[in-house]
Design a protein around this ligand. Structure first.
Ligand SMILES: Nc1nc2c(c(=O)[nH]1)N[C@H]1C(S)=C(S)[C@@H](COP(=O)(O)O)O[C@H]1N2
Ligand SMILES: [Mo]
Length: 197
């Protein structure tokens, strides 16, 4: 008989170099914005669009609502599987907006000067959502209330919390972490963590 350590089964949903956690760590640069009410809050869509659009929180809630189950992969090494988000798909958000054909990238702008960039097809990806709820409840301030991006197929720094503006641009424009050495794209399955790796 062999009494060795039981071998941990490899979970095929965990990318290389990641460890599963069941906690939900809070990670960001800057301060958490706390909103007493959402009267002043808006989401702006601009850049290479026919007309700049601004939505209130209520207008977003009046759009079609979608649930998305995802796995989170943070570049610092933790993965959290099976999360349930609810919000608006980028396609539904853009249903009445004409995006110029010259737009190739999206910059997500958040509070506290945070931004992140992604190719337009990754913004329109079926696993990308503009989420207002997590596990059936509105996002907590720490996790991005009132609205955050959830870009499931890339490292979690692409999932901007406290999202305020979605800008369509023709050329890649680096965001906060991308300017500070993170990979421009960030595919967790290829371990695209830092731009020098
Ligand atoms: N506005 C904003 N969004 C952000 C960040 C940030 O610094 N500011 N950090 C990113 C990083 S690096 C990670 S890992 C996740 C963490 O999200 P969480 O705190 O909900 O776990 O948020 C991302 N979104
Ligand atoms: Mo991160």
């Amino acid at each position: 008989m062999y009494f060795g350590k039981p071998k941990k089964t490899h979970n095929a949903n965990i990318p290389p170099g990641q460890q599963e956690t069941t906690r939900f760590p809070v990670l960001h640069h800057g301060n958490v914005p706390y909103y007493r009410d959402l009267e002043e809050w808006t989401l702006t869509i601009d850049g290479l669009v026919d007309e700049k659009m601004t939505y209130t929180y209520q207008q977003l809630l009046d759009m079609p609502q979608t649930r998305l189950q995802n796995d989170i992969h943070c570049v610092t090494g933790w993965s959290k599987l099976n999360n349930m988000w609810e919000g608006i798909t980028p396609k539904d958000l853009l249903s009445s907006i004409k995006v110029n054909d010259s737009a190739k990238f999206v910059v997500l702008h958040a509070e506290e000067e945070f931004s992140t960039n992604l190719p337009i097809q990754d913004f329109l990806h079926e696993k990308t959502l503009l989420a207002h709820s997590y596990e059936g409840k509105p996002l907590t301030p720490e996790h991005g209330f009132p609205l955050r991006a959830v870009v499931s197929h890339l490292y979690f720094w692409k999932s901007a919390k406290w999202l305020r503006r979605i800008e369509f641009v023709a050329e890649e424009q680096l965001g906060f972490w991308e300017k500070n050495g993170y990979h421009h794209y960030g595919n967790p399955w290829k371990e695209e963590r830092y731009s020098w790796s």
